[in-house]
Design a protein around this ligand. Sequence first.
Ligand SMILES: NC(=O)c1ccc[n+]([C@@H]2O[C@H](COP(=O)([O-])OP(=O)(O)OC[C@H]3O[C@@H](n4cnc5c(N)ncnc54)[C@H](OP(=O)(O)O)[C@@H]3O)[C@@H](O)[C@H]2O)c1
Length: 322
Amino acid sequence: MKAIISEKYGTPDTLKLSEVAAPAPKQSQVLVRVHASSVNFGNLVLLTGKPLLARLVFGLRKPKYPIPGGDMAGVVEAIGAGVTQFQVGDEVYGDLSSCGWGAFAEYVVVDEKDVALKPSNLSFAEAAAVPMAATTALQAIRDIAKIKPGQEVLIHGASGGVGTFAVQIAKAYAAKVTAVVSTRNVDIARSLGADHVMDYKKEDLANHDMVYDLIIGVNGDQSISAYKRKLKENGLFVHVGGTEIQMYQTMILGSWFSMIGKKKFTTFLQKANQKDLLVMKELIEQGKVKPVIDRSYSLSEVTEAFQYFEKGHSQGKVIITI
Ligand SMILES: NC(=O)c1ccc[n+]([C@@H]2O[C@H](COP(=O)([O-])OP(=O)(O)OC[C@H]3O[C@@H](n4cnc5c(N)ncnc54)[C@H](OP(=O)(O)O)[C@@H]3O)[C@@H](O)[C@H]2O)c1
């Protein structure tokens, strides 16, 4: 089968389209004919081996997962003898980033507990946009923030892969959403249902009077102290992404603020799981959430896809079609 292989840590041009043996499903695994994948920050970490701490998980000298694709949508082509949830022909999707990767390929094997039936109203390309980005937003908003209807939520960096899902998921949980985006993304944020849209090229968050119950830092650039000033008395800041400095500030300064005051600060790591794929399937089939696709690349153009994604200006998701 054709697959994108990453033999050493490096830049996107180290990725090679190669012929490798197709895998066969073991007892509880399904073999999926992959139709589409998408690009997330996790793929970049696996590709570059940076930050260096990630090599403790991904391999010290070279990536131990040679096919660096995480998100996946495709069709079950064969099943192991112990598979009970799926049949040949089922259309499935999943996030393979914590179960061996391998989605930048024509076929992948995955344990049945790590995939779910894909939303029936999405194409494979649209479904491949969902797993990691949407479940990251879902877990931040539902599990970490325990959002309540009517709460004022600020989503800083609402126009990329995670941010476009975060706006819609917060709305699905009946929050009042303010989205911070650049000028060219104002219409996207409005179309996703944001109640207020702040254009960070024209307005400074610090100059606004509004304070929030919850701030989700997806791709923001403010200091933790600046976010603290924008929180209500019992407000919460959840660091999803953004700058590395923000992450360390949240862990160190944010933990200190959380200890001495009522405003809380936390960061978290998404965990892939089948249950959340099913929650997203339901939200999408109910029409409450839809993926935003920026552009698509073919498997042989994965290098170009990474070069585009790493610039950090994607409008929604970058898709790989296979
Ligand atoms: N915690 C976790 O488990 C987890 C999981 C997945 C991702 N993440 C993190 O989440 C972050 C977002 O990931 P992603 O895949 O959504 O990234 P992405 O798709 O690359 O996000 C790009 C978007 O961010 C916007 N942006 C850039 N700088 C901004 C700023 N200063 N203010 C507001 N918007 C800004 C860009 O629009 P403009 O350029 O037009 O402003 C662009 O639309 C990353 O830092 C990633 O590492 C964390």
